[in-house]
Design a protein around this ligand. Sequence first.
Ligand code: PHE
Ligand code: NA
Length: 435
Amino acid sequence: MTRASWRTRIGFILAAVGSAVGIGNVWRFPWLTAENGGAAFLLLYLLFVVLVGVPGLLGEFVIGRRARSDPIGAFAKLGGRNWRPMGGIALLASVVVLSFYSVVGGWVLRYLLGSATGAYFDAPQQFFAAIDYGLGAVGFHIVFLLLTAAVVYAGVDRGIELATTVMVPGIIVLLVGLAAWAGSLPNAAGGYSFYLSVDWGYLQANFVDVAAAAAGQALFTLSVGAGVMLTYASYLDEDRSLAADGTIIAGLNTLVGLLAGLVIFPVLFSLGVPPGQGGPGALFISLAGAFADLPYSRVIGVTFFGVVTLAALSSAISLFEVPVAYLVDEWGVSRPWATAGVGTLFLATGSIAALSQSLFTLLADTVANLALTVGLLGVLLFDGWVLGRVALAEYESGAGRLARALGRPWLYAIAVVLPVFLAFTGLSSVTTTLG
Ligand code: PHE
Ligand code: NA
């Protein structure tokens, strides 16, 4: 059987954007921006997306397209059997991330439903408390997982490509509409200035923490470290400029994050709900509460949580595809059976995370960060020190003049500068969660 591949270039780009754009953009990004000194964080984040995120993304693309194989197979094919564990870490990271991501996806589905029925309009606080962990959360996690599995089951081009080609433009159009509506609310300007003003003093006083948060977000948001982008690039069957594609992907991803902030903060400010304190869960609750107080609650609520659902699904699909690709490529399992097997695995791991708050937090806060950081480190060191010239040649294949000129600096950056940087921010984020 011939290996699966994307039908079009834009299909690959939209699938990758779908992976990148997720709960991280609509949820974590605006919230981190608010907590870390507003536009000061935004500036650092943009800097890290360009200097760390995109080079890392290209590091995965190069391995995937060269090997045309799942992460474990790719490392073995290009570097020898001894490198298999490095691909194994990326695979493990995809399992860790989807295990809690699917639980959050379930929460979002529940809010989508609650927006349609008006179930949370009277008491948003209790609505969330009643669903966060427990059997209800397990049930919605399972529904979310089934939706994810259905797309992966249908295949790379007829499932993932087709679905994300519809979902990603949908996300952008709906968010633009919501942002325009939010701008018409009273006191929207207060939200903008909170979101977009630079607090230099804050940045100076908390530089290391802000930098670590911005670096972590720059990697998480581009879906690097879990073998997702490696796997997606392995389905490319033509050599086009990876650098150009990576830049478009990162640009669209940032645009969605910015748009989400332009929705969330005007809404919160117009209702006098102070954002920032109490973490991302609290933002969830106050936003739902705000929708309940506004005219057209149902339409607004369904649109907003519809966007979040689409964003979460298109990311979950990409994470689900990594172990499926492994079973298909390494063990010759058929896609339907691989989907069933991987689905069963996530049914179990996600349900445990949905039942236990402490396990959920451990996965979401510590293990995921660590696994993604180590996963990406493996990719970078492999590109820089094992593949070397081969990685550069793969990068250059299909690249334009500007991208070619940046090839050597790119290889140097991922071989030396980025690993040091990752070790530093990875360590400081581990010490922050432990301390
Ligand atoms: N990029 C996704 C988001 O921002 C999360 C993700 C991380 C997806 C790693 C795949 C791999 O929500
Ligand atoms: Na997504």
